[in-house]
Ligand binder design. Structure first.
Ligand SMILES: [Zn+2]
Length: 131
């Protein structure tokens, strides 16, 4: 059951249909056709689980090291004249794209961890309010 809690800028706002881990109805408000907030949407739960099981910080660290080694090799190759300058330029651009992807992944992971911690804090507050 979805309780309509009002309208904002013409969009229907509803209370999330999810149940908190500590028990009780989730108080998050969702808009449009959605019935579950980010925390309770199973699609996001799957995403969170995947991010969590990715093994801590090891993967981005390894990727960063790989890209840095590649860039060093390219610089060395260009300076020694063993690497074509055009190839090095294209590889440099791709390496840059890779670095940005790693940075985005780190930010996403950081936010997921923050959401996780926020939920834990919410549960603690909720439990104290009930006590
Ligand atoms: Zn919710």
């Amino acid at each position: 059951m979805v309780a309509k809690v009002g309208r904002r800028e013409g969009r229907v706002m509803s209370q999330c249909a999810g149940i908190k881990r500590a028990g009780g109805r989730c108080e998050a408000v969702v808009s449009g056709q959605r019935t579950l907030c980010f925390m309770h949407d199973p699609a996001n739960a799957e995403q969170r689980k995947r991010a969590a099981s990715r093994g801590g910080k090891s993967k981005p660290n390894k990727e960063l090291a790989d890209v840095k080694r590649l860039i060093s090799d390219l610089i060395g190759g260009v300076l020694k004249g063993t690497t074509n300058r055009g190839d090095a330029a294209v590889c440099g651009q791709l390496a840059n794209t890779q670095l940005r992807a790693v940075a985005v992944e780190l930010r996403v992971r950081e936010q997921l961890e923050l959401i996780e911690r926020m939920e834990e804090l919410e549960e603690i507050v909720e439990r104290q309010r009930g006590a």
